[in-house]
Design a protein around this ligand. Structure first.
Ligand code: SF4
Length: 384
């Protein structure tokens, strides 16, 4: 299939998925257009803000540390969950706290906080308002503030009225300027909840309070800092738009991932956040339709990041020799117009011998049509 044929094929797939209402992004498009005078410009601005903050992360961290120190609020750094766990347990024991409230987010699930504190004998989510563990949406480095976003009034009440507050956040959610939050928040809410803004949010600048601790956590994210392209993945604000518009995710759902990260974003980042060997296959779990990239409000180039993962895993020989040879043979076959235009039986024979035979445990190969798409188009042109 040449590029043009592939594009045609993908647009047909998209059309049929839209007809079957498997692709949903058209539903949200009207709402977004009504909210932003120029939606694509808003995306560009937001993407620039996030990328700039990630590219200047060292500077931002130094400033953040300085501001929080000036305000006499403790900042703690944790490389991974074990590291965080030790620090939190030390704090709980020093303050003789047994009951903890944890507001669950994807990040707390990623770290497995409630499960392990439970195993250590702490009681989770009781009546007591002694201590809360909460994830702010952003840390603002030039004011030493936290941007808190609550799902309800009672959640806001609980967090702000807890005697001890432990705030946990990945380092990638540090931003420099408070004024940048407005556009990020508007894009986040409109994509995640179809709403303009959340009702309960607050900029919180704690001062001189020994009962507040901020924990900034890496948990594998620095692996994504290595290349400029991969850094863009760290700008994600977890709006789920890519997932909702991914035809593969619509079919397979969360389960095969066995992780809190799922969908196209997971395909890109899990090999770095967890390990390449167990998650390299995810980058191949994609038909490259580009829907995720088209809808991502932060313009994260998910499709091209998946392609670079594929190339990298291939080049670095993370893919076994047998499979690498198969890819090589397939590639040579698929880029040859002559071979693709050959007789149906010839193609079937070739694939049965060189691909199917090594593919026994997987899917049955599709049946070739009598004519290739290229031949069909040529024929139609002749008739016209
Ligand atoms: S990658 Fe983009 S679309 Fe997907 S969850 Fe992140 S911000 Fe949303």
């Amino acid at each position: 299939m040449n590029t043009q044929e592939y594009k045609l094929f993908i647009s047909e797939v998209k059309k049929s998925l839209l007809e079957k209402k498997i692709l949903k992004y058209t539903d949200n498009e009207l709402f977004l257009k009504s909210l932003f005078s120029n939606y694509s410009y808003a995306r560009k601005i937001a993407a620039n803000i996030r990328v700039k903050n990630i590219n200047n992360i060292e500077e931002n961290i130094i400033l953040l540390d300085k501001k929080f120190n000036e305000n006499k609020i403790n900042i703690n750094w944790a490389l991974d969950y074990d590291n965080l766990n030790t620090k939190i347990i030390k704090y709980l024991n020093n303050n003789k706290i047994k009951d903890i409230n944890i507001i669950e987010t994807n990040f707390t699930r990623e770290l497995g906080i409630d499960k392990s504190l439970n195993e250590e004998g702490f009681s989770i989510n009781g009546e007591n308002n002694d201590l809360v563990i909460f994830q702010p949406l952003y840390l603002i480095s030039n004011t030493g503030s936290l941007f808190l976003n609550f799902s309800s009034y009672s959640q806001m009440n609980m967090v702000l009225n807890s005697k001890h507050k432990l705030f946990i956040i990945p380092f990638s959610d540090i931003i420099r300027n408070q004024k940048d939050i407005e556009i990020l928040l508007k894009l986040y809410y409109s994509n995640k909840y179809n709403e303009e803004f959340g009702s309960y949010s607050s900029i919180y600048t704690p001062l001189n309070d020994i009962n507040i601790e901020v924990y900034i956590i890496d948990n594998g994210r620095t692996n994504l800092l290595e290349t400029r392209e991969n850094r863009k993945a760290l700008t994600c604000f977890d709006c789920d738009a890519c997932k909702l518009n991914c035809p593969v995710y619509q079919l397979i759902g969360d389960k095969p991932y066995n992780n809190v990260f799922t969908g196209p974003y997971a395909n890109v980042v899990l090999p770095y956040l967890e390990n390449i060997d167990s998650y390299k296959h995810l980058s191949f779990n994609c038909i490259l339709c580009g829907n995720c990239t088209n809808v991502c409000p932060l313009n994260i180039p998910l499709k091209s990041l998946m392609i670079s993962n594929r190339n990298m895993f291939y080049e670095m020989k993370y893919i076994g020799l047998k499979y690498r040879n198969k890819i090589k043979r397939l590639k040579n076959y698929l880029i040859s117009r002559k071979k693709l235009n050959s007789k149906q039986w010839k193609k079937t024979l070739y694939f049965n011998i060189f691909i199917e035979r090594q593919n026994k445990n997987n899917r049955i190969l599709p049946v070739f049509s009598k004519l290739s798409l290229n031949q069909i188009i040529e024929k139609e042109n002749e008739i016209q």
